[in-house]
Design a protein around this ligand. Structure first.
Ligand code: NAD
Length: 352
């Protein structure tokens, strides 16, 4: 039985962490902390467990083995490090942190304390991505040459509250606050796809060329928000594969969360076809379909698989999704996009 504490009781906890832990027979939720106490109280009523008054009080609880860190981006590193130093294993929401240095401090703390640190990069656990990785490794499209991957929707203000706990269904305005979020669509969406492409192709990103822009999204005063609402990046991987990563908070139509990999023997569309999870078109003209599931969207939510995998790896000691240098590299690539855009040049990640 793994005993869990949850720090940060907003949307991602309400929608995924708390219900997925509560539905896991190998887990007991010991308690919650949120600086907006009513959010912790609401979860306690729904799923059991106590409400703590401070992060320190939660971390001092000897029953708790592991914590989910589900606070705003700017506090991921500090709270994860604090938790590991208090002896807790950590599942930290994405982005891992907001600087490369913070990520490295998190890895260093995990090494020093011997704690399991995992980042909630849930796209890795989508059935289509798991199957696609196996198929690519089997060579069904030959050797990968290029790719395009996108994550585009209408913005985080649509990621609404699912309960009356806030009195009104306000959007996540902190996502637009540079001090709290650090970055906009790149931290929200780009990190998912930077991590995913490294995971699917088993290669780290080595170069980034990008345009990072704020085109349309406005704050409550009608001014453009201070973080980016769009980014278009060209990525080069260590083995020479090149592709595009596109993110947007101004896709006011249907959400796009697709990836296409082009290889020497064909191409693979993943979550790019509403009828089929994976579509492979071979150089011989064959079409092969895998019908597994549909991509999870803000509207179409289902079990992410992250919490069950975290608990499984913790209990078995198979820490295969532990944060590592590639996790840090995905953040490095995201940050490089800003430097590339500002300096109008390609950034080689080894120069950072
Ligand atoms: N994996 C995913 O697909 C996914 C989806 C959405 C959000 N997220 C991530 O989850 C994190 C939380 O996002 P959210 O949508 O739940 O936001 P949210 O605003 O709904 O919830 C954040 C909660 O954290 C609390 N909080 C903030 N700073 C805190 C601190 N220092 N100490 C204690 N509590 C604090 C807030 O009171 C709030 O209740 C973000 O980092 C976001 O990037 C991940």
């Amino acid at each position: 039985m793994t005993k869990i504490g949850i720090i940060g009781c907003g949307r991602i906890t309400q929608r995924r962490h708390a219900p997925e832990y509560a539905g896991n027979p190998d887990v007991e939720i010991v308690g919650y902390y949120d600086r907006t106490r009513v959010r912790a109280e609401n979860l306690s009523k729904l799923y059991g467990g106590q409400v703590f008054d401070t992060v320190e009080e939660l971390l001092a609880n000897q029953e708790i083995d592991a914590v989910s860190v589900c606070v705003a981006n700017c506090a991921h590193a500090e709270i994860s490090i604090q938790a590991m130093k208090a002896g807790k294993h950590v599942l930290c929401e994405k982005p891992m942190a907001t600087t490369v240095e913070e990520c490295q401090q998190m890895l260093q703390t995990a090494r020093e304390t011997g704690r399991f640190l995992m980042i909630a990069q849930n796209q890795r656990f989508n059935t289509g991505h798991v199957r696609a990785k196996e198929l690519i490794a089997q060579g069904v499209i030959g050797t990968p040459l290029t790719f395009k991957t996108s994550f585009c929707h209408g913005g985080p203000e649509n990621w609404l509250s699912i309960g009356p706990q806030d009195g009104k269904p306000v959007g996540n305005i902190w996502f637009f606050d540079k001090k709290v979020a650090s970055m906009g669509a790149m931290a929200d969406l780009g990190i998912h796809k930077a991590d995913l492409i490294q995971y699917l192709l088993c290669q780290d990103i080595t170069e980034v060329t990008a345009k990072v822009l704020t085109l349309d999204k406005k704050d409550e005063n009608g001014n453009l928000i201070e973080v980016e609402d769009n980014a278009i990046c060209i990525l080069r991987l260590a083995n020479g594969v090149v592709g595009t990563l596109t993110v947007s908070w101004t896709d006011y139509g249907a959400e796009d969360n697709s990836t296409v990999i082009f290889g020497t023997k064909g191409l693979m569309r993943i979550y790019d076809n509403s009828e089929h999870t994976i579509q492979i078109s071979t150089d011989r003209g064959d079409q092969i379909y895998y019908d597994l599931d549909r991509m999870m969207t803000n509207v179409n939510q289902r079990e992410s698989g992250v919490m069950s995998e975290f608990v499984r790896e913790l209990e078995t000691g198979d820490w295969s999704n532990a944060a590592n240098e590639s996790s840090v590299n995905a953040i490095r690539a995201v940050i490089a996009a800003f430097q590339s855009s500002a300096e109008d040049r390609t950034i080689h990640l080894k120069e950072m």
